[in-house]
Ligand binder design. Structure first.
Ligand SMILES: Cc1cc2nc3c(=O)[nH]c(=O)nc-3n(C[C@H](O)[C@H](O)[C@H](O)COP(=O)(O)O)c2cc1C
Length: 153
């Protein structure tokens, strides 16, 4: 199941309650941010062609939304449903952050389109370096272990 991005805690609650009723193995979050619009400043034209300029937005803009959706669903889904984290991956730290928020796997969209399949070897190498810097040997050592701040502090 590939999910659109959600922005309200009530939406996370409601969608997770629905998904938990089904024998899903993976939920992939997020799909692109719906119907954005991008202007090319060199000639004042739209950059996205098919719908008069309207289209899904991915890449760097998607990362904070992806992190939040991955975190929210990994906290709410039953343990047998794993989360595939998608949105804003350009380097190994981006992959690391999605895993830290609860992803078991990741998907790469925009950066794969820009860089081609060789990106996977680079991401793997950069993720390994990031894990080594933190003393982690496996993904389970840090998956979902995002540190949060005490609201009283
Ligand atoms: C060229 C391109 C084509 C895409 N086509 C689809 C698609 O057919 N179905 C889908 O669910 N998502 C599609 N997406 C969205 C991506 O799967 C992904 O959810 C989104 O772009 C966010 O990830 P990103 O920041 O790595 O691009 C596409 C993205 C790109 C860049």
């Amino acid at each position: 199941m590939k999910l659109p991005p959600y922005f309200d805690l009530a939406q996370f609650d409601e969608m997770a309650a629905i998904l938990n009723q089904y024998p899903l193995v993976y939920v992939n979050t997020i799909n692109s941010l719906g119907n954005g619009l991008w202007v090319d400043p060199t000639d004042d034209t739209v950059v996205i062609k098919p719908k008069g300029g309207f289209g899904g937005i991915g890449g760097q803009y998607a990362k904070p939304i992806a992190l939040a959706n991955v975190r929210a669903f990994s906290q709410r889904l039953k343990p047998e449903i794993q989360v595939i984290g998608t949105g804003g991956i350009y380097n190994g730290r981006d992959v690391y952050d999605l895993i830290l928020c609860g992803a078991s796997m990741v998907q790469v969209g925009s950066a794969l389109y820009e860089e081609g399949p060789s990106i996977f070897a680079r991401l793997k190498q950069e993720l390994a370096a990031e894990m080594q810097a933190h003393g982690y040997h496996s993904i389970e050592d840090f998956r979902g272990k995002l540190k949060i701040m005490d609201a009283e502090a």
